[in-house]
Design a protein around this ligand. Structure first.
Ligand SMILES: NC(=O)c1ccc[n+]([C@@H]2O[C@H](COP(=O)([O-])OP(=O)(O)OC[C@H]3O[C@@H](n4cnc5c(N)ncnc54)[C@H](OP(=O)(O)O)[C@@H]3O)[C@@H](O)[C@H]2O)c1
Length: 298
């Protein structure tokens, strides 16, 4: 029986990928950083072999890769980590993982990158992912690179809905730029299918959801669905709020350029391109509305 290794198994995507592989009755090992085992639901912990490890720790990666056929990577540094931390994980850590995976005889590796990774070399979050992509392309591995833009989860929808129901303001997303959020659940489906598709081997795919939104349109739709008021406030317009943020969380400066870019550039994938990619992978893309949560009790 083939064996999968999922890295970033304690993360939002990693947990969903683990869950799907378990449902498909695959043999699964999850790599989690020491001390994060408790984040995983009891049922997953029962059915998955969890190993502690870190991209910084060569021996832990080597042990995690033993006997593994397919790898799915779902790691990322925090938005608030320094550029040095991003390069340490994405460039150095992935170089280590890819080399060890090839040496361990891994048949296929699915790498989660970022939409437009090559387009903004001046922004470390993009550039670090782009470096990792290129290291993978030059490796001896068979691989698929998946590049999602914006991601959306049930938890994020619930948080936004809770804010709306309390009458909070919604920050305006940039200048009404197009983006096409993909549900994490659907991204997890792409992840568990890539290894079996010869047409996806050594290829890179942009990923988005089925619908293109502009700016905060999706919040407007959410509010309208529940009959809640929708009040807009331009993001980043408050000098006082920005100054306070930097005092409370100095690392927020690392995220600023990334957030600015994500809200001032086109981060959509056209519905035509997505229909084609989804058909290739056999994934049914679900609109955000299918994940609207029940009304939160106040
Ligand atoms: N979120 C987005 O909007 C977005 C958009 C486009 C692409 N992506 C990509 O999608 C993938 C999944 O993202 P996500 O939102 O699920 O991320 P997430 O919830 O933040 O999870 C990240 C995971 O990476 C792990 N990790 C970080 N540094 C590590 C290291 N040195 N060694 C081992 N594990 C490490 C974390 O472990 P701990 O739990 O110990 O911290 C966590 O399990 C990532 O590749 C990300 O770049 C995300």
């Amino acid at each position: 029986m083939a064996k999968f290794l999922v890295t970033g198994a304690s993360g939002t995507l990693g947990r969903m990928v683990l869950q799907r592989l378990v449902e498909r009755r695959e043999e699964v090992r999850g790599l989690v950083r020491p001390g994060k085992l408790d984040l995983l639901a009891q049922e997953v912990r029962r059915e998955v072999e969890l190993v502690a490890g870190d991209y910084d720790d060569e021996a832990s990666l080597q042990a995690a890769l033993e006997g593994v056929d397919y790898v799915i990577t779902a790691v990322r540094a925090s938005l608030y980590d320094s550029p040095k931390q991003h390069y340490a994980l994405e460039a150095d850590g992935n170089r280590r993982l890819f080399r060890l995976a090839a040496a361990a005889g891994v048949s296929h590796l699915t790498f989660i990158s970022l939409l437009h990774a090559e387009k903004f070399p001046e922004i470390h979050i993009f550039n670090a992912k782009h470096q990792a992509e290129n290291i993978l392309r030059e490796s001896d591995l068979d691989y698929t690179i998946l590049r999602p833009g914006a991601l959306m989860s049930r938890a994020m929808l619930l948080r936004t809905l809770t804010g709306l129901s309390k009458g909070w303001f919604t920050p305006v997303e940039g200048e009404n730029m197009p983006h096409s959020p993909l549900m994490y659940d659907d991204l997890a489906e792409f992840c568990v299918r890539a290894y079996a598709l010869p047409e996806a081997c050594k290829r890179t795919f942009n990923l988005g959801g089925p619908k293109v939104y502009h700016g905060s349109d999706w919040v407007r739709d959410l509010a309208a669905n529940y009959g809640l008021p929708f009040k807009l406030r331009p993001r980043g317009s408050s000098f006082l709020a920005n100054t306070m943020m930097r005092l409370v969380q100095p690392q927020s400066r690392y995220a600023t350029a990334y957030i600015h870019l994500k809200t001032t550039q086109d981060f959509s994938v056209s519905p035509e391109e997505m229909a084609h990619t989804a058909a290739l992978f056999g994934v049914k893309l679900r609109p955000m509305e299918e994940f609207y949560p029940p009304i939160p009790s106040s």
